[in-house]
Write a protein that binds this ligand. Structure first.
Ligand code: AMP
Length: 203
């Protein structure tokens, strides 16, 4: 769920298990920095808090999987709707990979509070949670600013879309026994511990 700390936890897990990270939001934010019609279109969609068209997302994933044929991959932020679920499952089969899902759950109120309070580095686009009090990025020294899509209207659209389109995907994976639900209301350390426990059996 948005604001639950999936980026933070993804970085921790990738380091521990030596995984390549495919962060969908970050890949799309890199795409909109390019000078193209597609970039302009995707930027408008993202700032409004809507889902980027599936074919754009699936092409990025396919390219990433082709470039990372060996070693594990951590996919952050997908699949987010039924169509992506089907395409993603096909890609997983095509590449003969095993899939294990983690969903970090959070209340609606807490998600809004965290999304409104977090900031992004202007230069390298790293995301900093509400608890980070410094005004500069610890990686590159860039200024921290509010992400263009972290405004109330966009947050509302994203959380509504999550409920309508993404939750059913989570429930499907849960029914298939390949997804573990984690309480995102806990400390970063405790969330990591719970994820390690869930993933421990896979590595
Ligand atoms: P995130 O960084 O995960 O909060 O994602 C930021 C934005 O990127 C979302 O609000 C969407 O506009 C877009 N996005 C991220 N993941 C996906 C996805 N799997 N499918 C479509 N759009 C996505």
């Amino acid at each position: 769920m948005q604001g639950a700390g999936k980026g933070t936890q993804g970085t921790i897990m990738a380091k521990k298990y030596n995984l390549a990270i495919f962060d969908t939001g970050a890949q799309l934010r890199a795409l909109i920095q390019t000078d193209s019609l597609l970039a302009e279109k995707v930027k408008l969609i993202m700032n409004a808090g809507k889902l980027v068209p599936n074919e754009v997302v699936m092409e990025l994933i396919e390219n990433f999987m082709e470039a990372n044929k060996s070693g594990g991959i951590l996919f952050d932020g997908l699949p987010r709707n039924k169509e992506q679920e089907e395409s993603f499952n096909s890609l997983i089969s095509k590449h003969s990979r095993n899939l294990k899902g983690i969903y970090i759950d959070l209340s609606h109120e807490e998600a809004v509070k965290r999304l409104l309070g977090r900031r992004m580095c202007e230069k390298c686009k790293s995301i900093y949670p509400i608890a980070y009090s410094n005004d500069n990025c610890e990686k590159c020294g860039g200024n921290l600013v509010t992400r263009p899509d972290d405004n109330l209207d966009s947050i509302k659209t994203r959380l509504d879309t999550f409920k309508k389109e993404t939750l059913p995907v989570i429930e499907n994976y849960e029914k298939a026994g390949i997804l573990t639900r984690i309480d995102g209301q806990q400390s970063i350390e405790k969330v990591s511990e719970d994820i390690f426990q869930a993933l421990g059996k896979c590595f």
